[in-house]
Ligand binder design. Structure first.
Ligand code: GUN
Length: 292
């Protein structure tokens, strides 16, 4: 079998176009322009790349971007004061504090300070808890962007996910845990696997839906994939090429897995573009809710 490629880049472009239409409608109908504040502390190179593309795509969607770049030695109290100002600013509908934060800052404390209505990353305890408690109705609160993007691609590729055996590898707060919750809501039977899971290859081989979010390049081998499975690769490890440029590698051995799977996301061009598109989607939704 040769897997079909799940084109996240194309899906994300379509989603961004729909968001831009929604933004135009909100401006025309209610005179409200959705605003997204992005806060970057320090000079982590990968974070700088993400934040640059976020800034560009926010403008392309017709939203207002508020960029705050703070030095790496910013005291936690100053960051909390900025979050409080953004919480109070009616022009700001979404707040994203780029992670990871420098080691002297308690990320959980900062995330907890964000108004849940503006927490477009869906990382606050309030929004993470809402996801755990959500029934089958619409998700009327922000959901973490990367797993939301994975879910959109899975539904686009498979239609109904009901009854599928899903294995999520990786138990992060940003991806693995919310991904498992979203799949449970879609009536999948979900196993959340991690570094201490016994016989991980054997477990993965039982998955109709396999989501790899370990951050370990090419950890998931071709013979871990069940024939006919749908494979979602969240990994983006940067490796240096001989010509000095960098290339991105996923958590799945793409060549081997695509010989076995039914459908698979590539890296790059799979989940990566979906994360920012979902951030824009969440910001539009937050602005709509604020508009009442
Ligand atoms: N760093 C890498 N991915 C993300 C994300 O989705 N949200 C935030 N805030 N930081 C990140």
């Amino acid at each position: 079998m040769t897997a079909s490629i799940i084109d996240g880049k194309a899906y994300a472009a379509g989603l961004r176009a729909r968001v831009a239409q929604g933004v135009a409608g909100l401006k025309a109908g209610k005179g409200i322009t959705p605003g997204l504040a992005v806060v970057l502390v320090g000079d982590d190179p990968a974070s700088q790349v993400y934040v640059r593309s976020k800034t560009r795509l926010v403008a392309e969607a017709g939203m207002t971007g508020f960029d705050h770049r703070l030095p790496a030695n910013t005291p936690q109290a100053d960051l909390l004061a900025l979050v409080a100002r953004l919480n109070a600013d009616p022009a700001v509908h979404g707040i994203l504090v780029q992670l990871p934060l420098p080691a002297h800052i308690d990320s959980a404390h900062v995330i907890a300070a964000i108004d849940p209505a503006k927490d477009v990353d869906g990382l606050s305890a309030t929004n993470a808890g809402r996801l755990v408690q959500a029934g089958s109705g619409p998700l009327d609160f922000p959901v973490a962007c990367t797993p939301l993007g994975c879910l959109m691609l899975l539904k686009d590729s498979l239609g109904s996910l009901a009854g599928a055996d899903a294995v999520v590898v990786g138990r992060s707060v940003l991806v693995g845990k919310p991904m498992a919750q979203l799949l449970v809501r879609e009536d999948c039977t979900v196993t959340l696997a991690h570094s201490r899971t016994r016989d991980l290859p054997g477990l993965c081989r039982r998955a109709d839906i396999l989501v790899a979010a370990t951050g370990r390049a090419q950890m998931v081998k071709g013979d871990w994939v069940k024939p006919g499975a749908t494979v979602i690769d969240v990994g983006i490890t940067r490796v240096d090429r001989p010509d000095g440029k960098q290339r991105l590698i996923g958590d799945v051995d793409f060549e081997a897995a695509s010989a076995v799977a039914r459908a698979i996301t590539p890296v790059p061009g799979g989940i990566g573009p979906m994360t920012i598109a979902c951030l824009l989607h969440n910001t539009l939704q937050a602005a709509r809710r604020a508009a009442g």
